[in-house]
Every structure is written in structure tokens, then in C-alpha cells.
Design a protein around this ligand. Structure first.
Ligand SMILES: [Zn+2]
Length: 184
């Protein structure tokens, strides 16, 4: 069930992400990076560095002054999520491999689109559910019941036993419709 007070909804609705460094001002994008690496601050520095053309983990570590093992850890997490890719090349003299990393900006926008799509779907389902059901609540602010659930409970609260009261959900429906309008 959609939580109307989820701040992520507002962030998604506000989001108009542009490419390049500006995207990091976007809270919805910050949330995505946080969800992937659990380390938003270093992720943003590392990605900005890639956007500036630094490609190897050593270059990135030097430029950002982030420890090399942290740079690598973030890069691999981004790689797992498809947000970074790398090319491996062998130095003909030393026979050592070099990894050139690239930030996959397109994938970030794909993830954002998916979130938006999911929210839109949840919104439609919630609206349908609110419109097709009657609701009952406990005065003690306990659970909310639809008609079937309430009648199974003899119209009493399962938590405290108080009688349930009919709830006018038209304000919820209005709010869901407004959200829906803002999404289109
Ligand atoms: Zn109750």
C-alpha cells in the first residue's frame, strides 16, 4: 500500500534530472546512489571524477583523496548496479592490466524511470482500492479495516476491542488524484 507521506514520493515528483554534475543535486538520484553503495558522499565524488575524465581507480583515488580500497569498493557496487562499466587493457611492457572505468549515466535515468513507473502503478492501485472500498477505523488510532475485515471482526478493533467507526476516505481519494495529476 502506498504511503502518501513517504518523502520519496515528493522527491520523485519534483525530480527533473539533467545529465552531468547537476544530477547530484537531485534528491531522488542521491537516494538511488545511497541505495546502491550505502556511501553517497564518496559515490558522488567518484562519479564526478569519472565525469571529469579520470578513468582508472588510481587516478580517481588520487584526485578525490579517497582511499583506493574505498574507491574500488564503490566502483564495484556501481558496476553491479550497471551504473559503472570498465574496460580492461594490458600494458604490453609490464603485462599489467589497467581498468578504465566509465560512468553509465543512462542507467541512472533508467532506474529513475522504473521508480517513477512503479510509483504510478502503486498510485493507480491505491486509488482503485480507496474508491472500491469502505473503511472503518478505531478511535485509538489503531488499524484501518476495509468492510470485509471490519465485519469479520464484528466491527471492533482487533487491538483494543473498541467499536470501529466509519471513515470518510474522500480526502485520501482527493489527495491520490492530485498526486496522479502531478505525475502526468
Ligand atoms: Zn483500537
Amino acid at each position: 500500500m502506498l504511503k502518501l507521506n513517504d518523502p520519496m514520493i515528493q522527491e520523485l515528483l519534483k525530480t527533473h534530472p539533467k545529465g552531468g554534475n547537476e544530477m547530484f543535486n537531485d534528491v531522488a538520484i542521491q537516494e538511488i546512489l545511497m541505495g546502491i553503495t550505502n556511501d553517497e558522499e564518496n559515490s558522488v565524488s567518484i562519479i564526478k571524477c569519472m565525469l571529469e575524465g579520470k578513468t582508472t581507480d588510481e587516478e580517481i583515488a588520487e584526485e578525490t583523496e579517497i582511499r583506493l580500497n574505498i574507491v574500488r569498493r564503490v566502483l564495484y557496487k556501481l558496476y553491479d548496479a550497471g551504473i559503472a562499466s570498465y574496460k580492461r587493457s594490458k600494458d604490453p611492457e609490464t603485462q599489467w592490466y589497467t581498468y578504465s572505468w566509465k560512468f553509465e549515466e543512462k542507467k541512472v535515468f533508467e532506474i529513475l524511470d522504473e521508480k517513477y513507473e512503479k510509483l504510478s502503478q502503486e498510485l493507480n492501485e491505491s486509488l482503485e482500492y480507496e474508491e472500491e472500498n469502505m473503511f472503518f477505523v478505531c478511535k485509538g488510532n489503531h488499524q484501518r479495516y476495509n468492510f470485509e475485515e471490519a465485519s469479520e471482526n464484528n466491527f471492533t478493533c482487533g487491538e483494543c476491542g473498541s467499536p470501529l467507526e466509519y471513515q470518510d476516505n474522500s480526502a485520501i481519494i482527493t489527495e491520490l488524484k492530485q498526486l496522479k495529476d502531478r505525475m502526468n
